[in-house]
Every structure is written in structure tokens, then in C-alpha cells.
Design a protein around this ligand. Structure first.
Ligand SMILES: NC(=O)C1=CN([C@@H]2O[C@H](COP(=O)(O)OP(=O)(O)OC[C@H]3O[C@@H](n4cnc5c(N)ncnc54)[C@H](OP(=O)(O)O)[C@@H]3O)[C@@H](O)[C@H]2O)C=CC1
Ligand SMILES: O=C(O)C1=N[C@H](C(=O)O)C[C@H](O)C1
Length: 269
């Protein structure tokens, strides 16, 4: 049943680490209504019962298109995997449903293609590599600092079940820094890796290092260097709740604009 004034949400990847947290958030938020939950490994069970929230009347399905058709959703919130997110977004676009995407590892060409489709359809969409406000601030501060301290090493640390490396946040951080700092070569021009990968991944001269350990959630340090000094900017997500205010805000704000927004910072004053 439609609840007046609420944004109707289908969560995709609803049984994953993030998806479960998102379902809890949507169920609790007075401005949102959970109308569908899609995951490939669970079917026909009440989402609320599986998550210990009590009956919701919303059942897991493994069929996104069917769920969108039945539920008359306004928005999908996708936290799946880099290899399936593209199909999910095209399905949501086909049904005229706004995508809010946290899944990482999406190439720039896809973002551009989705923007064109969203513009044509006159609806909004959001892709945000990180929904935690502290991480957004870390990225913004790092970009600002790189104007003055242009040598940059990004170290991202995540749980060891993460599929993509480097993290979406590290890539977005590097993209934001590139817009601010002058192009430059870091380190000694003749430096040589004695073990492949020792200097990390290269992003326009910046280095990105990925650490994977079982105790981590999501953490990142940006170390900026200038003559005789370094500045370290660090953010820690110590639980997945850190992402939820950003996700809930995005699911509401996406109803208000047209085209694709890339990065939560663009929805925050
Ligand atoms: N933007 C942000 O702020 C954040 C982004 N992330 C990103 O979100 C993504 C998900 O992370 P996380 O929750 O830890 O990962 P999980 O592996 O825990 O969750 C992904 C879920 O998607 C399911 N899934 C796989 N294929 C499909 C499909 N075709 N249709 C529907 N569901 C499917 C998986 O099922 P199965 O287990 O059976 O494979 C799993 O339940 C990652 O890309 C991660 O980097 C994570 C945290 C914050
Ligand atoms: O996989 C994760 O956990 C996370 N993924 C995102 C990323 O790749 O940046 C966001 C956050 O770091 C958690």
C-alpha cells in the first residue's frame, strides 16, 4: 500500500552487509517506505523477519524487473557488486526508477551513459562512492590541502571481503585532488620497484595503496607532503551505520533533480 508523501524504495543487495543496514534504515525512516528487497540468494522470505525487525509484508525476490513493476518504486538503492550493478541500473532506468548507487568500481563511461539516459527521462540518479559525511569531509579537505602540499599518497584500509581495489573512495579522492593540484611527478624519477606493486597504484602521479584485513570496516589516510612537512588526513568508518544518514538523505533528494550526480558532496551545502 502506498503511504502518502513517502519515497518508495527497493533495496538491491538487501541481504548483504550494507543492504541489511539500508533495509533497517529505510524501515525506520518516516520519509521512506520499503516496497521491495532484491538479493540473489534469498527468496520469498519476509525481509523484516530475516533481519529480526518483525513482519514488514515485503518479501525477498531475486528478480529486480518484476519487483519494480509490482512495487511502483520511486528509487532503488543498490549495494551489490561491481559486476552486477550495471545490469541493475539499466533495469531501473528501463522502469523509470531513480538509482541511488553505493556499489563501487563503476567506470566513468557508465556514469556518462546513465547521465544521458536520466536527462532524457527527466529523472535523477546518484552514484556515491562513500555516503559517510566524515569521508566526504576528508576528501574535500585533502583536495584543498593538495593545492599547497602537492605530493600525495592515499592509503585505504578495508575488511578482507572487499572485492574491488583500490576502493571507490580512494579513486574519488584522487579525482578530486587532480582538479586542485598542479600536475607533477612524485618521488625520484629513477625509482625502481624491486617487488612489483611496492609503490602502489598510480593515479596521475599520485600513489594509492590498498590494505585488506579482517578487523577493518572502512578507513583511509591521505598523506600530503611539501618541503619539510607532511599533513595526514584520516577518516574511519567504525561501523556501517556511518553511511546511513547519507543514504537516507540521497533517497529523498534524488526525487528533486534531473540527471546523474556523482558524489554525495554535490548534495551537501
Ligand atoms: N558508497 C558507500 O558508502 C559504500 C559502498 N560500499 C560498496 O557497496 C558494495 C556492497 O558492499 P557490501 O555490502 O559490503 O557487499 P556484500 O557482498 O555484503 O553485499 C552484496 C550483496 O549483493 C548480492 N548480490 C550479488 N549479485 C546480485 C544480483 N545480481 N542481484 C541482487 N543482489 C546481488 C550479494 O549476494 P551474494 O552474497 O549471494 O553474492 C550480497 O548479498 C561494494 O561495492 C562496496 O564497495 C560499501 C560500503 C559503503
Ligand atoms: O566495500 C566497502 O566496505 C566500502 N566500499 C566503499 C569504497 O570502495 O570506497 C566505501 C567504503 O569505503 C566502504
Amino acid at each position: 500500500m502506498t503511504e502518502k508523501g513517502k519515497v518508495r524504495v527497493v533495496v538491491v543487495g538487501a541481504n548483504g552487509r550494507m543492504g541489511r543496514e539500508v533495509v533497517r534504515t529505510v524501515v525506520k525512516d518516516p520519509g521512506l517506505q520499503l516496497v521491495g528487497a532484491v538479493d540473489r540468494s534469498v527468496e520469498k522470505e519476509d525481509v523484516g523477519v530475516v533481519l529480526g525487525l518483525g513482519e514488514t509484508g515485503v518479501y525477498f525476490s531475486d528478480k529486480l524487473g518484476e519487483t519494480l513493476l509490482k512495487s511502483e518504486a520511486d528509487v532503488i538503492i543498490d549495494f551489490t557488486t561491481p559486476n552486477v550493478v550495471r545490469d541493475n541500473i539499466y533495469t531501473s532506468l528501463e522502469y523509470g526508477v531513480r538509482p541511488v548507487v553505493g556499489t563501487t568500481g563503476i567506470p566513468q563511461e557508465d556514469l556518462q551513459a546513465w547521465d544521458r539516459i536520466l536527462q532524457d527521462k527527466g529523472i535523477g540518479g546518484l552514484v556515491a562512492p562513500n555516503f559517510a559525511i566524515g569521508a566526504i569531509l576528508m576528501m574535500k579537505f585533502a583536495a584543498q590541502a593538495a593545492r599547497y602540499l602537492p605530493h600525495v599518497e592515499i592509503i585505504e584500509m578495508h575488511h578482507d571481503q572487499k572485492l574491488d581495489a583500490p576502493s571507490g573512495t580512494a579513486i574519488k579522492t584522487a579525482e578530486m585532488i587532480v582538479k586542485e593540484r598542479q600536475r607533477m611527478v612524485q618521488g625520484h624519477p629513477d625509482e625502481e620497484e624491486k617487488l612489483a606493486g611496492a609503490r602502489g597504484a598510480d593515479f596521475e602521479g599520485m600513489k594509492i595503496h590498498s590494505v585488506r584485513l579482517p578487523g577493518y570496516v572502512a578507513h583511509q589516510e591521505v598523506i600530503l607532503g611539501g618541503i619539510g612537512q607532511t599533513l595526514t588526513i584520516r577518516h574511519d568508518s567504525i561501523s556501517r551505520e556511518s553511511f546511513m544518514p547519507g543514504v537516507a538523505m540521497a533517497a529523498k533528494k534524488v526525487m528533486e533533480f534531473t540527471g546523474l550526480v556523482y558524489g554525495l558532496e554535490n548534495l551537501i551545502d
